[in-house]
Design a protein around this ligand. Structure first.
Ligand SMILES: Nc1nc2c([nH]c(=O)n2[C@H]2C[C@H](O)[C@@H](COP(=O)(O)OP(=O)(O)OP(=O)(O)O)O2)c(=O)[nH]1
Length: 331
């Protein structure tokens, strides 16, 4: 064939999947003649010459015309001075098995376009097109065992692990271990599971473990009338809109304990992330060993200096349990 076959381009949110054109060969050669890309491709020789790219582009036209395989260019659009300009970012392909009921999925993306979900977006669109248009019963693929990135793409597209095998990789000069993936038509066409929505508001609270010279930590008892009243907690409080967690802590420590703490004495230590009934608590916990002034319970709250080993004897909010374990390890 001397010219590309008719194939209406597939459009995704960010990409166009279309037949390769003769003029794509230069960009294709530049992207594939990169060991980081070529080493993951079974049927590519490395180094990959421009003449091979030109020949391969033409071979894809015959395969599409025969209905054997669809190797499509993955193209992004960029703003140019005279309107949008197309840019080749990779290729995606489906090749029919000999029974013509199933197909093998393959793809590659140029190194500089990695990390943006291009392969997943393109592969999912081509699979959907093939299932709907060709009536395939399933799709399969393989990924080198050392290519975790590709295995993740296949699983995001909806393929499931289906064992391991050896497969010849021209680029690597021989057989290589691969992981196999496959999925049936129903699984692939099912709508993706909804990601659980966080309905609760996120409450940001800053707290601190004040540590004395003996390695004891100050706990304060939550006063009556407040939620979780009677439980022992790390001093701190809610971060106000526009306030940094450090500024909130400095303010709270002055209000609650009448001490002066400078930001440089607050060392980020760990954090609590806990779902309470009405909100989700995000609470960075700082460590502080140096403050100005003498600690006094301004709000009449009970205070206790407690070694981490003894904190089990103090009833604390559920969010604090993992923090105690961290302190126990660290102090
Ligand atoms: N300060 C602190 N709060 C904690 C800890 N563990 C934990 O679950 N919390 C929760 C309890 C509260 O829901 C929230 C802190 O809110 P708070 O009501 O004490 O905050 P605040 O001092 O700004 O109080 P207020 O002005 O609203 O009365 O974080 C902890 O170790 N220290």
């Amino acid at each position: 064939m001397t010219s590309p076959p008719d194939f209406p381009p597939l459009r995704t949110e960010r990409l166009i999947l279309r037949v390769l054109r003769a003029e794509d060969a230069t960009a294709l050669h530049r992207l594939v003649n990169d060991w980081e890309v070529a080493k993951n491709l079974a049927r590519v020789r490395y180094p990959y010459e421009l003449a091979r790219a030109e020949e391969w582009v033409r071979s894809t036209w015959a395969q599409i015309a025969a209905g054997d395989a669809w190797h499509l260019a993955i193209v992004g659009e960029e703003d140019g001075s005279e309107g949008p300009v197309e840019r080749l970012v990779g290729c995606v392909a489906l090749t029919l098995d000999s029974d013509r009921k199933q197909a093998e999925l393959g793809y590659w993306v140029g190194r500089k376009f990695w990390g943006h979900g291009v392969a997943t977006e393109a592969a999912a669109a081509l699979c959907r097109w093939a299932l709907e248009t060709l009536g395939l019963t399933g799709i399969h693929a393989s990924a080198l065992k050392d290519n975790a990135r590709s295995a993740a793409v296949l699983q995001r597209v909806g393929l499931q692990p289906a064992g391991e095998a050896m497969q010849t990789f021209i680029s690597r000069g021989g057989p290589m271990p691969v992981r196999l993936f496959r999925a049936g038509r129903e699984a692939l066409l099912a709508p993706p599971p909804e990601t659980p929505r966080v309905e609760k508001p996120i409450l940001l609270v800053a707290a601190v473990a004040l540590v004395d010279a003996d390695g004891r930590v100050l706990l304060a008892r939550r006063p009556e009338g407040k939620p979780l009243a009677g439980l022992w907690e790390f001093p701190g409080g809610k971060v106000k809109p526009g306030e940094s967690p450090e500024a909130a802590l400095i303010r709270e420590l002055k209000e609650e304990l009448d001490i002066d703490v400078s930001e440089s004495c607050l060392a980020p230590f760990t954090f609590a992330s806990h779902g309470y009934e009405a909100f989700h608590l995000m609470m960075p916990l700082y460590l502080c060993r140096k403050w100005g002034g003498t600690i006094r319970p301004v709000e009449g709250q009970a205070l206790a200096w407690v070694r981490p080993q003894q904190m089990g004897g103090y009833a604390m909010p559920p969010a604090d349990k993992p923090l105690v374990a961290m302190l126990l390890d660290f102090l």
